[in-house]
Write a protein that binds this ligand. Structure first.
Ligand SMILES: CC(C)(COP(=O)(O)OP(=O)(O)OC[C@H]1O[C@@H](n2cnc3c(N)ncnc32)[C@H](O)[C@@H]1OP(=O)(O)O)[C@@H](O)C(=O)NCCC(=O)NCCS
Length: 101
């Protein structure tokens, strides 16, 4: 899904959640390619972001498979269940998008 979609600014953020039983089949990468391709090709967006907890290796792997670049780490930015977690910021620009190859 689009967690954020600012058409005027040309920026959006993609997020996802998969049932554990469906992990490891490439479903999320394929689905995200479809929504990102729609954002860049049909809607003319300029930048798509992906935010994940720094210790979420499966999520970071999806961002990488989508051709995104790790732009930085926001330290202790996400408070959850009594702990503050680092978050990674990934993004891909329209000029870099080739269907997430
Ligand atoms: C993050 C999350 C969506 C990743 O799911 P995923 O199934 O690992 O991601 P993909 O759909 O890209 O699948 C890739 C896996 O499928 C495998 N795969 C199998 N068949 C495949 C195919 N035909 N094409 C592509 N990949 C395939 C890949 O080898 C890879 O497995 P591996 O990581 O064990 O090597 C999932 O772990 C999740 O929902 N986690 C909880 C919520 C969460 O963290 N959301 C993200 C917050 S930012």
């Amino acid at each position: 899904m689009f967690v954020a979609f600012d058409a005027a600014a040309g920026t959006c953020e993609v997020g996802c959640w998969l049932d554990p039983a469906a992990e490891g089949r490439g479903l999320i990468t394929a689905a995200c390619r479809t929504v990102l391709d729609w954002a860049f090709t049909t809607r003319g967006m300029h930048r798509a972001e992906w935010h994940c907890r720094a210790d979420n290796a499966r999520s970071a792997a999806v961002a990488e498979r989508l051709g995104m670049t790790l732009e930085g780490v926001r330290r202790e930015a996400w408070p959850y269940d009594g702990t503050r977690h680092d978050t990674q910021d990934w993004a891909v620009l329209a000029g870099e998008w080739r269907g997430g190859a």
